[in-house]
Each structure stands twice: as structure tokens, then as C-alpha cells.
Ligand binder design. Structure first.
Ligand code: FNR
Length: 387
């Protein structure tokens, strides 16, 4: 329905963001772009990368560069995986599948969120790549166990547990925009949507998206909309170390914990047998004022001391950010908004464009730094002012 015009010409993730912004009603764009409270962490996540300077080592034959690496014991064509994101279908119908297929095509892992707008089974059918399932801890344990059993049955290779969301962050753009799922239409929304008839028409054509994995969560729920509105009330704020240990003991495959910033927590996770730790502040959407993950990364890497893989996310917008994260000890990064913006701008083509932009920038940055493999990206590439 929408032309993909402009997607293939987008030079940067910033340009894809602007293309997405043009296509979405402002309140919908804000839901994906925004973060908690004053959005200090959102901004800081990006600025912290910018403050880091690279110290290149030229005079190396970089005519051939290998961007591939190993993530959780299997090959990935890039040191990048797709972060779990809730609700992509609210931006554009079919976005979950589009991003998953783009990831499979690029040979990188894709994480399906509990709150995605496509089910565990739908994504397994539509995207033949490496799939991980991200679990939010629901109050209804039986339902959560059902989701984990479905992920196992559909052959998801790993479970990612997000621990930085005992309660939802305070997202003021959403409050100002009266944005809630399902929508409760108000005069304000009519004004927003009037300038985006194509978004409105697409919603009318495909129907309001549903958080498919949570259908049936409330047995008394009679409509998709009531199910969606129950999501916020469904998280379990009592989730703690004991229950995490119980889940580790019961889950037979690889387990990833996402949302860690403190080195001591990372130490405990490594001791518990967690396979990978994601240093993350949820893209600034939870605790505003939390440290930028790229700044917290070295402490976590030191504390884990090779017992688990350490990845990071939040604020990754450039291939050079990937190099900086790897130089500080991450073995991979996750990207959240970048592929969302790509998908809103041009579905699978747009999501692929986002991944290609990262791949091109990563390759060029590695060549300019004098490194030929991801393994060669070392801490010496970060400039440290010793004055
Ligand atoms: C998220 N994130 C997220 N994380 C998670 O574990 N489960 C989820 O359902 C969601 N949903 C979600 C929705 C939207 C719109 C965004 C932007 C983010 C956080 C996500 O996995 C990741 O940590 C951040 O997106 C990383 O930051 P960047 O790459 O967006 O800067």
C-alpha cells in the first residue's frame, strides 16, 4: 500500500528514523521513539558513544574484512542481533515478520518479544533464521510456562529474560499523546490521524493489531483490545533471584538475561550459569537517569571474566558504535529502534536496509581502524587521554 520510496537511498539510521516519522501519526511515532521521564538516558545512551574516541592503527592490509562472529555457539554474519520490541504492528502491519525475515536473510539472530504483534508460531513459520524468545515475567505463572513450552516446541534456540521491567517506565510522551493500547479515540487523535490517512486506512484494512502471544491471558477477556490493555497489569514485580534460579534450572536450552548494569549482578548471573548477559537500560524507556550501558559495559566484562557472553544495547546507531562496544569487551550488540524505523519506512526492505547500513559502516570502520576480523577489535582501539 505504501511505496517503499526513499528506503534504499537512506544513508543512515537517522535517515530511516525521519522516513518512519513522516509515515506515522505523531503519537504512534512517539511511542516507538520515546523514552522515560526527561529522556536523559535516551540522549545519554547516544552521547556516551559519541564521547568515546577511536585510536586507529593504519598500515594493515584491510583489503578483505570478515564481519562474522560466533554468538551463543553458532555463526552470526555480524556481531549484531535484533532486540525484542513490543508492538511493532501498531506502527505498521506486518513489521514483526518483516524484521524477523530481514534478520534471517542477513544471517543474524532475531528476538521475539512477549509483547510482539506476531505469535511465537507465526514468526517460526515466517522467518527461517535463528530465533530467540524474550520473556517478560507475568504474574500468571501457568500462562508464562505455556509460552516457554510453545517457544521450545517451535524450536527457539534461547530464552531471553528481561529483568529491568518490574513495573513500566513513566513514558510522558505517551501520557501527553493519550497513547494507550488499545486506543481510546479522542479529538486529539482525530487531528493526528487526519494527516496520516494511509496509516488510518491500513489499520482499517488489517484491523487493530493484537499482542498475539498473550491472547487468552485473561480468561474473561472477550476481545483482543481488552487483552492488550491488560499487558501492563500483568508483569510480576516480585520476581527475584530465587525465581530466576528456578527458571534457569527448568529451561533446557541457552538462557540470556537482559537489563543488567551492575557488575555484581553480572557476577551472580555468571555464577548461576546464565549463558549471556545483555548490558542494557531498555533504550532509556525504564529508569531514566540510569547509566549508559556503553559506560557500564567495562565493569560488567571485568566482573564476568569470560564465564558468560556479554552483549550490550541502547543507543547503537552506527557501525562505529558496534566497534566501540566490541572494543570494550562486548561480543555482540542488540539493535532495537533501528530496525523498527526501517520496517516502518519500508517493511522487510526497510529492515534489511537498516542492517545493511550497520554492516557497511562496521566494515568501513574496521578497515579505517586497521582490523580485519571481529576478534581483532581490542581495547587498544579506544583512545584514553592520559594527561
Ligand atoms: C523495547 N524494548 C523491549 N525490551 C524487551 O525486553 N521487551 C520488549 O517487549 C521491548 N519492547 C520495546 C519496544 C520499543 C518500542 C522499544 C524502542 C524498545 C527494549 C529493546 O529490547 C532494547 O533494549 C532497546 O530498544 C535498545 O535501545 P535502542 O537500540 O532502541 O537504542
Amino acid at each position: 500500500m505504501w511505496k517503499q520510496r526513499g528506503v534504499s537511498n537512506a544513508c543512515s539510521i537517522g535517515e530511516l528514523r525521519l522516513l518512519a516519522k513522516r509515515k506515522l501519526p505523531p503519537g504512534i511515532f512517539d511511542f516507538f521513539d520515546g523514552a522515560a521521564e526527561d529522556e536523559v538516558s535516551l540522549e545519554e545512551n547516544i552521547q556516551a558513544f559519541r564521547r568515546l574516541r577511536l585510536l586507529p592503527r593504519p598500515l594493515v592490509d584491510v583489503s578483505s574484512v570478515d564481519l562474522s562472529t560466533t554468538i551463543l555457539g553458532a555463526r552470526s554474519e555480524l556481531p549484531i542481533a535484533i532486540a525484542p520490541t513490543g508492538g511493532p504492528g501498531f506502527g505498521r502491519h506486518g513489521s514483526d515478520g518483516a524484521i524477523a525475515r530481514a534478520a534471517a536473510e542477513a544471517g543474524i539472530p532475531y528476538t521475539l518479544s512477549t509483547s510482539a504483534t506476531a505469535s511465537i508460531e507465526r514468526i517460526a513459520r515466517e522467518a527461517p533464521g535463528r530465533l530467540w524468545f524474550q520473556a517478560y515475567i507475568l504474574r500468571n505463572r501457568e500462562f508464562l510456562n505455556g509460552l516457554l513450552a510453545r517457544a521450545l516446541a517451535a524450536d527457539y534456540e534461547a530464552l531471553m529474560i528481561t529483568v529491568d521491567l518490574p513495573v513500566g517506565g513513566k513514558r510522558e510522551r505517551d501520557a501527553r499523546n493519550r497513547m494507550s493500547f488499545p486506543f481510546r479515540f479522542s479529538a486529539r487523535h482525530l487531528r493526528d490521524f487526519a494527516f496520516h490517512p494511509r496509516w488510518l486506512l491500513a489499520m482499517a484494512r488489517h484491523g487493530m493489531p493484537v499482542i498475539e502471544n498473550l491472547i487468552g491471558l485473561e480468561t474473561q477477556a472477550t476481545s483482543a483490545s481488552r487483552i492488550a490493555s491488560s499487558v501492563g497489569r500483568s508483569y510480576d514485580p516480585s520476581f527475584d533471584w530465587d525465581r530466576l534460579k528456578e527458571m534457569r534450572d527448568n529451561w533446557p536450552r541457552r538462557m540470556i538475561v537482559k537489563g543488567i548494569l551492575h557488575p555484581d549482578d553480572a557476577d551472580c548471573l555468571a555464577a548461576m550459569g546464565i549463558d549471556a548477559i545483555v548490558v542494557s537500560n531498555h533504550g532509556g524507556r525504564q529508569l531514566d537517569g540510569s547509566v549508559a550501558p556503553i559506560d557500564a559495559l567495562p565493569g560488567v566484562v571485568a566482573s564476568v571474566a569470560g564465564r558468560a557472553e556479554v552483549w550490550m544495547d541502547s543507543g547503537v546507531r552506527r557501525g562505529s558504535d558496534v566497534v566501540k562496544a566490541c572494543a570494550l569487551g562486548a561480543s555482540a550488540v542488540l539493535i532495537g529502534r533501528a530496525t523498527l524505523f526501517g520496517a516502518f519506512a519500508g517493511l522487510e526492505e526497510g529492515a534489511s536496509r537498516a542492517i545493511t547500513i550497520f554492516a557497511d559502516e562496521l566494515e568501513r570502520t574496521m578497515q579505517l581502524c586497521g582490523v580485519r576480523t571481529v576478534g581483532e577489535i581490542g581495547s587498544g582501539l579506544i583512545f584514553r587521554d592520559s594527561r
